[in-house]
Design a protein around this ligand. Structure first.
Ligand code: HEC
Length: 131
């Protein structure tokens, strides 16, 4: 009995260590911090995320969530984007970003799309912090 108890006690650290390993590799999205790195690798060649809203190749994305599509004044949007007629919400971004030119035929965003659903969730979480 005593030996059993000791053996049981010895097992706990292993069980806890195992749970810790699982907890550090979640299958779910990681959030805005990871989203920032996704932005850096996928979007920043064409878009700025800076508060000062500079135009790079594409329109600035600071404040994009909650903004009507095609609404940065002076940016030469395609007519497809100008007449999109919706406001960017997390759901719209989730629909648009995996295949931009399928979602809005005629847009000039020559980007094939972000297909990885975890990266997409992280990226959208990051875009929501740009306000
Ligand atoms: C190769 C350049 C390029 C890349 C890479 C790119 N975009 Fe774009 N993006 C553009 C251009 C150009 C437009 C304007 C499209 C138009 O007017 O048809 C645009 C438009 C947009 C818009 C609409 C903004 C508005 O003011 O209505 C969003 C949102 C957007 N991009 C998000 C992203 C995100 C997020 C990424 C990264 C996953 C990304 N883009 C990657 C070039 C790019």
């Amino acid at each position: 009995m005593v030996r059993l108890l000791i053996r049981g006690a010895r097992c706990w650290p292993l069980v806890l260590a195992g749970a810790g390993v699982l907890a550090s590799y979640p299958a779910a999205a990681n959030g805005p911090a990871t989203g920032k790195t996704v932005f850096a690798s996928q979007c920043s060649t064409c878009h700025s995320d800076a508060r000062s809203r500079p135009v790079v190749v594409g329109p600035p994305l600071f404040g994009v969530v909650g903004r009507p599509a095609g609404s940065i004044s002076g940016y030469p949007y395609s007519s497809a984007m100008k007449s999109a007629g919706f406001t960017w919400t997390p759901d719209r971004l989730k629909a648009y970003l995996p295949a931009p030119r399928d979602y809005l035929p005629g847009v000039r965003m020559t980007y094939n799309g972000l297909k990885n659903p975890t990266q997409l969730d992280d990226l959208i979480a990051y875009l929501q912090t740009l306000k």
